[in-house]
Design a protein around this ligand. Structure first.
Ligand code: SF4
Length: 192
């Protein structure tokens, strides 16, 4: 089975509870105003990988609490998402998944059996709010679909940004916060 991926980060602390393997799915037809992840929109962008290889890499990564699926829109590749979420869950890792849609509108209900925390709702620029962990606007909701996590984690974690300098020298920024302010500061740093 194939999965089209924009980016994989094997360990991050800012995309859900604990240390997480993070997969940005490629492709999103929602095109929210103010989206920071426009590079994930094109359905033929990113790279196509074997989902089985991605799973092997996840299971070989030591020290992770779970996997976070985001994008892009993970639910636009429902078969790959279901496969990976199911296998990850069966391996005892936790699953966090973001969607720009609403829980009520998800057609493939089977996937929901393999997600511990679903964070739903599209990013709305006019409702921007960074006060809650991992989300950028007030309309976004947390759904605890299993007993693995609960409301308590929302007080234990805050929004944070990670800056990764890759081997090729490119800088990759992830997490949630005021990216406009941050890129302004980075610009300032490069000028001094
Ligand atoms: S759902 Fe997410 S990735 Fe898609 S356009 Fe909206 S903010 Fe961007």
């Amino acid at each position: 089975m194939k999965v089209r991926v924009h980016k994989i980060l094997k360990k991050t602390k800012v995309e859900g509870p604990g240390v997480r393997y993070c997969i940005w799915f490629q492709g999103c037809s929602r095109h929210c105003k103010g989206c920071w992840a426009k590079a994930t929109w094109a359905p033929d962008g990113g790279k196509e990988l074997d989902a089985e290889d991605v799973l092997k890499d996840i299971l070989a990564t030591k020290g992770i609490e779970g996997v976070t699926f985001l994008g892009g829109e993970p639910f636009e590749q429902p078969q790959a998402l279901e496969y990976l979420a199911r296998e990850v869950k069966e391996a005892g890792l936790s699953v966090v998944c973001f969607t720009g849609g609403k829980l009520e509108d998800i057609k493939n209900r089977e996937i929901l059996n393999y997600i511990d925390l679903l964070i739903d709702g599209e990013y709305k620029e006019e409702e921007q709010d960074f006060s809650r962990p991992w989300v950028g606007s007030k309309n976004q909701r947390y759904h605890f679909l299993t007993a693995r996590y609960g409301e308590k984690i929302l007080t234990e974690y805050k929004n944070k940004i990670e800056i990764n300098i890759q081997k090729n020298g490119l800088i990759f920024i992830n997490g949630m916060g005021d990216f406009d302010k941050l890129t302004g500061r980075l610009d300032m740093l490069t000028r001094h």
